[in-house]
Design a protein around this ligand. Sequence first.
Ligand SMILES: [Zn+2]
Length: 185
Amino acid sequence: MGAELEQLEIIADYINTHDRRMRYEGDPGVEILEGVNDLRSWLLEYGFIHDLDSVTEVDLTLARELRSSLRAAIPYNPHDPKDDDFQTLNRIAGQFRFFYRFGEMSDVMESVEEQGKGGLARLLILVFRLRENNLWSRLRVCTAADCQWVFVDRSRPGTGKWCSMKACGNRAKNKTYRERAKSMG
Ligand SMILES: [Zn+2]
């Protein structure tokens, strides 16, 4: 399972390219995919595209839409409106074409799309594989509203609520403690 969780880390990293951690009150977070070159570097880093592939503004818009719909599809996400029946995600996935190739050793699903869009299609294939292998539920978003960091839950029961027990977990506990102390006057 370890290697597959590493693959899930890629999806977490992708969703975290919109870093929602608040550094001050009202902080909108950090957009890492600011321009086409940012998306290009990200896709290249994880081998979703080749060196010579180009990435367009259309790909960038699609990439951001895909990203927010993947975030909404994280189980137990208290921050985003639930994507009922994966309507948004399905609408976006419907814009990609795939094909299935039989092989001697194993069969593979491949992207019909090329260039930047092909990279996003390969990312979707990875999502598909992870879901098929029941690993999707290990993808979590930190329940702290001022964090919302997406992480892979490696705990045995798989019920982690915070990206880090040390930081966000303790912060939440202290807050509860303070509120309880306050209400007790
Ligand atoms: Zn957190």
